[in-house]
Write a protein that binds this ligand. Structure first.
Ligand SMILES: [Zn+2]
Length: 319
């Protein structure tokens, strides 16, 4: 096997590193938990990435030290490699990551936003092959976004394009970790499902689930997706509501970008077969002139949990 690059996806809870061949196929992977840390910003994350790369080095053998390395991180990454703001990766928020990583790993790295990396991977190898205008929406704890236009990643003037989870859709809505109120990701992410489910439970709905868990406050997002998959009508109603909020944000993105399609990835999209149909149903009604314009397909991502790491590796290989 011939490895040509290494991709790393640094998430809030785990770090995934993959070894890629020249077609972007995954030859090997290494996973580690993201450690909490209160040292200088970025240091514990760089240490954990170094351990993951050490695992891959054993598989790859000689030549590993010369492979380009791409690293995807959540949050607002500036064009010069500073992670300006990362509420979902507190230990690295504010870090000059380009410097910290280069010093710790002893090699230059190509840094990118994690959802941007996923967009690149889905464009090259996944659900958006051959589609040069689309938006990647990653539904995890929050919502990440990557915009591809004219076949290229849109980074924006400062590198911050695609922070779509923090589109404000209700100024009197719940507080977001970013400090604002009513951000889209408070409604349509894994955390959003849990919040809407707790609201439903407190209002006397989701009775079977609350009975099973013993407490309305204990309902988590995955409890709802599991119950919905088992046919619980009240859980399905919650996902129907989440689908409406998801479609609302997509309709706003369509007003700006007019994409050929939306690609939905991340843990919530994978866990919930019910979410895409309800989102598609609501989107046409929420789009401007929805009955007059071409349908904008909402499709599932194809590369699963590896998308971000693969995209980071592809970007490193082409830089
Ligand atoms: Zn926010």
């Amino acid at each position: 096997m011939t490895a040509v690059s290494v991709g790393v996806d640094v998430g809030g809870t785990k770090i995934l590193a993959v070894l890629l061949d020249d077609l972007g196929r995954v030859l090997a992977e290494a996973r580690h938990a993201t450690p909490p840390g209160e040292d200088a910003p970025g240091v514990v994350v760089a240490d954990a990435v170094a351990v993951a790369l050490g695992d891959l080095a054993e598989v790859a053998g000689s030549g590993f030290a010369d492979l380009p390395v791409g690293i995807g991180v959540p949050g607002m990454l500036s064009r010069d490699g500073t992670l300006v703001f990362a509420p979902n990766l507190q230990s690295a928020s504010g870090a000059d990551l380009a410097t910290v990583m280069t010093e710790r790993l002893g090699r230059r790295v190509e840094l990118t936003n994690d959802a941007d990396a996923a967009a690149v991977a889905e464009h090259r190898l996944g659900a958006a092959r051959g589609i040069d205008e689309f938006v990647m929406v990653t539904l995890g704890t929050g919502i990440g976004g990557g915009v591809i236009s004219e076949g290229r990643l849109v980074r924006g003037a400062h590198g911050f394009a695609g922070e779509i989870g923090h589109l404000v859709i209700d100024t009197s809505g719940p507080r977001c970790p970013c400090g604002k109120r009513g951000c889209w990701e408070r409604y349509a992410s894994g955390a959003g499902v849990a919040r809407l489910a707790r609201e439903a439970a407190t209002a006397g709905r989701l009775r079977a689930l609350v009975e099973q868990l013993g407490d309305a406050e204990a309902v988590r997002g995955e409890d709802v997706t599991h119950a919905a998959a088992a046919g619980d009508r009240e859980a399905l109603a919650v996902l129907e509501e989440v689908g409406w909020w998801l479609a609302l944000g997509l309709s706003n993105l369509a007003a700006v970008l007019d994409p050929a399609c939306f690609v939905l990835g991340g843990g919530l999209a994978e866990a919930s077969a019910q979410l895409l149909p309800s989102t598609r149903r609501h989107l046409t009604g929420l789009l401007e002139a929805g009955e007059l314009r071409p349908v904008i397909p909402v499709v599932a991502a194809e590369l699963g949990y590896q998308a971000g790491a693969i995209g980071a590796g592809l970007l490193a290989a082409s830089s």
